[in-house]
Ligand binder design. Sequence first.
Ligand SMILES: *Cc1c(COP(=O)(O)O)cnc(C)c1O
Length: 393
Amino acid sequence: MAIDSFYPPQRILMGPGPSDVSPRVLAAMARPTLGHLDPLFVGMMDEVKELLKYAFQTKNELTMPVSAPGSAGMETCFVNLVEPGDKVIVCQNGVFGGRMKENVERCGGTAVMMQDDWGRMVDPQKLEDALKANHDAKIAAFVHAETSTGAMSDAKTLVEIAHKHDCLTIVDAVTSLAGSPLKVDEWNIDAIYSGTQKCLSCTPGLSPVSFSERALDKVRNRKSKVQSWFMDLNLVMAYWGGSSKRAYHHTAPVNALYGLHESLVILQQEGLENSWARHRKNHFALRAGFEAMGLQFIVPEAERLPQLNAVSIPEGVDDAAVRAALLNDYQLEIGAGLGVMAGKVWRVGLMGHASNTRNILLCLGALDDVLGRMNAPIQRGVAVAAAQKVLTA
Ligand SMILES: *Cc1c(COP(=O)(O)O)cnc(C)c1O
């Protein structure tokens, strides 16, 4: 049997990621592959680091993309900072906090879980209490933007509390980077990881990370070797590190990095603050549409993430049938609920390149049609106008 080339259709990605990739990024990725130690490529790697420092708002020398998806950025933070026997406070308010626990335990550490309701922000008081009860804790970890529920936590305050108790911080910014205010240096974040496929408008598969000097001190002074050879920062730094000559560690994903470079150039051209403002404004427009049609947000207003809108599925509506109709009839992908939210919510992403007027109006019009055909209990014919009112205000 001859297998033919694969030609994917042009979908519109409004789920929890990957989100729509900018055509400029896709074009950049199709440019000629260079050797990974070619001086021109090494120069581009340096630019990627500079551009990432801007995106993270940091001067951290160790700011670079891990050659693997967000989960590998998460793992890079944990395997380097958690030594066997270390106690780590993990704040969990959704799926991704649970993965942090897995990481701590696989590093030989002890995870002290601090649970918050799914759909709510991490409660700073609970972190304070947990740190008071665990004087020997070394690290506090939390998710800034919980993509599984659409809740945003107050990273600045959580880091302040952790530092008051002499803990380093590990912050998951996979969905917040470029979508919501995030200031690594001003907020004194010690170790942070993100992903390229959410608000950076890039393809999946890379994980920008940044480590403060304080975090690197801990890595340099470990008593035991980092158990992952691939993610050991002591080795990775010789490849991605300073200006001196690069030692081969692994072959960088050359063309994927062209894509990240382009996406970061786009971010710089738009301006970081403008990108945050666009995500916010578009969220308000989508929200007006959802609320006009009668869909309810699951996260309280003050704790909502503009780039991930989680709404309850109306009574009696077949979740999978709606998402299939959106995909087949409108080429539109929205996200299903994850974990305990499965079957209860839809997660509608407005991330990066996908956070635009066309997508908002298409999504509202398509849902109006699909839910209407299924006789769902919604207000028909009002959502698009409600969103337009916000967009043109
Ligand atoms: C998507 C996501 C991840 C995982 O990233 P992958 O690229 O899928 O490995 C981790 N944390 C959060 C909050 C995410 O949204």
